[in-house]
Design a protein around this ligand. Structure first.
Ligand code: PDD
Length: 297
């Protein structure tokens, strides 16, 4: 049975009991950072990597002291246990807290730290094999997309535009036509057997799934280039079997079969994409102690 439990500023309570001040800076100013960690078999997947990225985000927004009284490596498993979530996610948010509204930092600092778990089914085999559709939009986000900030308005608008266009995910494009990343995912292309993805810089989020995909691909002998690409490079060479996929915590590796009106490769998930997804799913199953799902390839 799932119970909605919230960890808020050091205490566990029911989610409905959680009260955040009207002047919380996360609410008024988007002055906060967050993480999403996958839960499988009641266990957290790659939690250390997510907590490391959370620490980095906190340093970058000058909130590095916020977690000193919050031992998240022990709090989060306890939260998942109390919540009874088997398959789903943990959401963590840290803001600069509640204080009379000013742009400059409050003194002394008073961060809000919260986390809760939610059930959510993993993508079905039908969804994976059907692939998803992307909708390209101009990237109108700020210049520090490497920080996992709660300032998500540009992504909210882009993803809604994608949904209204009948697509599943937005694709953030640079003014020069380079593919940056998805609305809430990283993007990979496979061209002539080589994986390509945008390099790690301030224009994209350094995804945990992205890192694992790169490691697994290299382990399996694929060439990986962290070098941007245009849609023309990926969609035009129809004969070479180009592939495109997105990668993120709650969707793992998800094949892309169309970008707006343009079909990717043969219009179905490519073999490299599915092989990498199989490898990722095997690694996760091993980590959380369940039997690996049947191979997709
Ligand atoms: N988003 N790029 C962006 C802009 C993202 O928001 C995300 C994840 C990723 C993938 O990162 P990771 O593999 O660490 O999940 C890339 C989360 C899941 C979200 O906002 O819900």
């Amino acid at each position: 049975m799932e119970t909605e439990i919230l960890y808020l500023n050091g205490e566990f309570m029911s989610l409905a009991e959680g009260l955040i001040g009207v002047e919380d800076r996360g609410f008024q100013l988007g002055d906060g950072v967050y993480e999403v960690i996958k839960v499988m078999n009641g266990r957290l997947v790659w939690a250390e990597d997510h907590l490391e990225r959370l620490s980095r985000s906190l340093v970058e927004v000058r909130l590095s002291e916020a977690l000193q009284d919050h031992p998240l490596p022990s709090v989060l498993p306890e939260l998942v246990r109390r919540s009874g979530v088997e398959q789903g996610m943990v959401y963590i948010q840290v803001t600069r807290g509640s204080a009379p509204r000013e742009f400059v930092f409050p003194h002394p600092p008073c961060p809000t730290v919260l986390a809760y778990a939610r059930s959510r089914p993993a993508p079905t085999v039908e969804t994976i094999l059907g692939g998803i559709v992307l909708h390209a939009v101009r990237d109108q986000r700020w210049a520090r997309c490497d920080i996992k900030s709660t300032n998500l308005l540009a992504a909210v608008l882009a993803k809604e535009e994608a949904r209204e266009a009948g697509a599943h995910e937005a694709l953030f494009m640079a003014p020069d036509g380079m593919v940056r990343e998805g609305g809430s995912s990283n993007v990979f292309a496979v061209v002539d057997g080589t994986l390509r993805t945008h390099p790690l810089d301030h224009r994209i989020l350094g995804g945990i799934t992205r890192r694992r995909v790169i490691e697994m691909a290299r382990d399996r002998g694929y060439r990986v280039e962290e070098r941007g690409f245009t849609l023309d490079e990926v969609l035009s060479p129809a004969g070479a079997g180009p592939e495109l996929f997105v990668a993120a915590t709650l969707i793992d590796v998800m094949p892309v079969v169309r970008v707006d009106g343009r079909v990717v490769g043969k219009g179905r998930p490519g073999p490299v994409t599915l092989a990498l997804l199989d490898a990722l799913r095997r690694e996760q199953a091993l980590l959380v102690g369940v039997r690996p799902p049947p191979a997709l390839t």
